[in-house]
Design a protein around this ligand. Structure first.
Ligand code: HPA
Ligand code: ZN
Length: 346
C-alpha cells in the first residue's frame, strides 16, 4: 500500500449515503438521554451495554439497536443525536450526507412524527449553516412490520413532505422481500420521493432484483450478495446502479467472516458503482473514515479505487447535477494537490 493511501482516504471530500441516525447513538448519549428522560434501560452501565454489542447476525443487532433508540423522546433528543453525528462527519471530511431514520421505532412509542422530523431537520439545517455539510432525510419503513403500517407512516409524514428527499426499506430481510412493499413504494414515487432499499445484505440476490424491478429503487443499500449472481453483477454495472456498501457493518453482522474476504474491491473492479458508508457507526466500530481505513488495511485498495469511491458517492447522491459537478471538482482539486501532512514532533 502506498504510504499516502490512508491519509488520502481520510482527507478526501466524500458523501455518506447509508447512515441510520439512530445507529449513531453512542452508549454515553444513550445513558445521558435515558437519565434526562427518566427512561429505564435493560442495561445497568455503559460497559454492560457495550458488552451487548457482540452480534451474531442482523437480528441480534436490531434487538439492541431498537432498545437504544427507546431513549429518544423529545425534539431536542433527535437534534442532539444528529448534531453529534454531523460533528463526527465533519471530522471525516464528509461534505454531503443522506440520513436514514426509522419513524416507526418512535411513533409506536407515542413519539410524534413532528417531534422526530423537526429535531432531525433542525440539526441538519444548523449543519448546513455552520459546518457546510449539505444533507437530506430518507424515511425508512421497517420491513418486519406490515405494508399497511408503512402506508400509514407515509400518510403521517405527508405534512413534512418538503423535509424528505426519499424513502427506504430496512430492518430484517429474512422473510420480508421487497415486493411486500410494492404499493407504498409506488405511492412514494408518485409523490416525487427518491426510493432506495436494503437488499442483498443477508437476503439473497433475488431481493436485489425485486428491489430494482418491483420497487424501482435508485440505489441498493448493501447489495454485497449480488456477486452470487453473475448476470446481476453485469446488470448493476451496466445500469450504473449505486451500492451503498458498509464494510465494518458486514464484518460485525457476519456477512463476511473477515475484512480480507470483503468483496468491495471485487465490486469496483466489476464496474459497479460502490460507495463506502458506516451504516450504524456507534454499533459497528466506527464512522465512515474508519470504514475506509479498515477496508484499505485488509484489501488491495489503490489510490484509483479511493478516487472512484468518493466520486461514486457524489454521483450516487440525490443532488442537482450542478452541485454534484461542484463536489466532484472539489474532489479533483484534492487529488491534484499534494497532501498536507501533520508535521512530526521532535
Ligand atoms: N440492515 C437493516 N436494517 C438496519 C440496519 C442494517 O444494516 N441498520 C439499521 N437498520
Ligand atoms: Zn443499513
Amino acid at each position: 500500500m502506498s504510504s499516502d493511501l490512508i491519509p488520502t482516504l481520510q482527507q478526501m471530500p466524500k458523501a455518506e449515503l447509508h447512515l441510520h441516525i439512530e445507529g449513531s447513538l453512542e452508549p454515553e448519549m444513550i445513558f445521558e438521554l435515558a437519565r434526562r428522560n427518566g427512561v429505564k434501560l435493560a442495561y445497568s452501565s455503559i460497559e454492560q451495554l457495550r458488552a451487548a454489542y457482540a452480534f451474531t447476525d442482523l437480528q441480534s443487532f436490531l434487538d439492541v439497536y431498537y432498545a437504544g433508540a427507546s431513549v429518544l423522546l423529545k425534539e431536542q433528543d433527535f437534534f442532539d443525536m444528529t448534531w453529534a453525528y454531523l460533528l463526527r462527519a465533519k471530522a471525516d471530511n464528509v461534505i454531503h450526507v443522506e440520513i436514514f431514520f426509522d419513524p416507526q421505532t418512535h411513533t409506536e412509542r407515542g413519539v410524534g412524527m413532528r417531534t422526530v422530523i423537526n429535531g432531525l431537520s433542525a440539526a441538519l439545517e444548523k449543519g448546513r449553516a455552520e459546518l457546510g455539510i449539505s444533507s437530506g432525510l430518507i424515511m425508512c419503513f421497517l420491513r418486519h412490520l406490515s405494508e399497511e403500517d408503512a402506508l400509514a407512516t407515509l400518510v403521517l409524514a405527508m405534512p413534512f413532505r418538503d423535509k424528505l428527499i426519499g424513502v427506504g426499506l430496512d430492518s430484517g430481510e429474512q422473510g420480508n422481500p421487497p415486493e411486500k412493499f410494492a404499493r407504498v413504494f409506488a405511492q412514494a414515487r408518485a409523490l416525487g420521493l427518491h426510493v432506495v432499499a436494503h437488499a442483498g445484505e443477508e437476503g439473497p440476490p433475488a431481493f436485489i432484483r425485486t428491489a430494482l424491478d418491483v420497487l424501482e429503487v435508485e440505489r441498493i443499500d448493501h447489495g454485497v450478495r449480488c456477486v452470487e449472481d453473475e448476470a446481476l453483477v453485469q446488470r448493476l454495472a451496466r445500469e450504473k446502479m449505486p451500492l451503498t456498501v458498509c464494510p465494518l457493518s458486514n464484518i460485525k453482522l457476519r456477512v463476511f467472516d473477515k475484512m480480507e474476504q470483503h468483496n468491495l474491491v471485487q465490486l469496483l473492479d466489476a464496474g459497479i458503482k460502490a460507495t463506502v458508508n458506516s451504516d450504524d457507526p456507534a454499533y459497528f466500530g466506527g464512522y465512515v473514515n474508519d470504514n475506509f481505513v479498515a477496508a484499505a488495511n485488509a484489501l488491495p485498495l489503490t489510490r484509483r479505487h479511493a478516487y472512484q469511491l468518493a466520486c461514486n458517492s457524489f454521483e450516487a447522491a440525490f443532488l442537482p447535477e450542478a452541485i454534484k459537478a461542484e463536489y466532484i471538482d472539489r474532489l479533483d482539486t484534492f487529488f491534484r494537490t499534494p497532501l498536507t501532512t501533520v508535521p512530526e514532533i521532535g
